[in-house]
Design a binder for this molecule. Sequence first.
Ligand code: KIV
Ligand code: ZN
Length: 516
Amino acid sequence: MTISASTDHIQILDTTLRDGEQTPGVSFSFDERIKIAQQLERWGVDVIEAGFPASSPGSFESVKAISQILTQTAVSGLARCVKKDIDAVYEATKHAAMPRIHVFVATSPIHLEAKLKLTQEEVLATIHEHVTYARNYFDIVQFSPEDATRTELDFLVKCVQTAVDAGASVINIPDTVGFTYPSEYGNIFRVLQESINTDREIVYSAHCHDDLGLAVANSMAAIENGANRIEGTINGIGERAGNTALEEVVLGLHVRQDHYKRTSRIKLKETKQTSDLISRYAGLRVPKNKAIVGQNAFSHESGIHQDGVLKNPETYEIMTPQLVGVKSTELPLGKLSGKHAFKDKLKNLGYDISPDEQAILFKQFKSIADKKKSITDRDIHALILGSEHELNAPYQVEQLQVQFVSNGLQSAVVLIKDKDGHTYKDSSIGSGSIVAIYNAVDRIFNQTTELLDYSIDAVTEGTDSQAEVHVHLKVNHTEATGVGIDHDILLASAKAYVEAHAKAGVEINEQKGVSS
Ligand code: KIV
Ligand code: ZN
């Protein structure tokens, strides 16, 4: 019989930087990874799964850097049951305040037969060998039987018992393909706690995917059945339909404390900020109706609802927007707002920005204020995220010239500047202005690009709103996303397209560009 973790605290493991980055088209840069990890620490997660160090030098280096920077949060790295993977996690996390490892191997019949070509006995042996090996380096070893929910329950119990006997103290149960449903998933946790023999305290952890839209419900069922840890990502990003949306889990625990009687250490007020940051860096817009962090999550449209909320917000609001950091009473800035008002606004919105960067941002703010009557908090967030991005971007759209004729081909001239100040220019025609711009950019990068998705949204309401363009493209066999924000739709479209090219890792061949 297991002694389960006694506390009423539910641990939160964020895997945005590992499982979340497996979203098609999403690839975080080194700087973005550091900023995400710092924001996750501010949000209050217990563990950050920072990457899969053996998978690439980039992943190794960012796990290493994150391990050196974070002080309050455990940093974990993923490893297959392969010794060099475990060595890589050790090397990458050895300077962390709280280093952790997550070792996994698939256990379901389909994975054993089709993928690993291993018998059940061989899998048990590999679990024993590699968890034992990982324990040489780490006090706390997490083990996951991949595709656990399609593994025969009695064999799953054997796998977990083997891992526990070899020294694992965190057992994670991945619903790898998003196949299970709440009562079935909850039952796995109950059976494990009843069957596993140990006198050590074991943390049982839930890791769900959202293929049937049940990831959060399954995670909550795991909590009802004794899980002490939930794994997931911000905004639920991840492969296919994504992972458990952690913001939904922590708010579920908070709002229905009466039922779950468990708490997380998450600072709920940092939730919106965290979601916005991931959305921006991933290049994935949060759907307006998304629970907790969507733009409409706290809007009331119907007259009956509005009337009720005015009389008492609790008639239709089970939580306040302020609880998750959405400011409802924002004081917009305008053309006449000065440096001090701007500085105060940045501070109120929680930004800690150096005076030099503030000066650059203030100039950009003034240029927006010339075109837009009222600058809302959403404009400021967009400005900061956009500018941060542009400052670090390898390529920027320097100039854009578009000639529009009705009933004819459009033409565009694009000038791109790289980090060293070289400029590259080309022109093209197209059936529409954006096609013409994109053809010109393709000529500059000397690439043929497949545009997989293009969408445009207004940052705020009103005809003077800034445009936010998201693109998802495939270039040089790599998928990438890009975001562009500008008052002008064509410039926003060009910025998004160039950013996606840079994120896909394509470079401008200097021979082709016009360098000055
Ligand atoms: O979903 C999954 O099975 C995983 C494992 C690596 C734990 O992410
Ligand atoms: Zn996963």
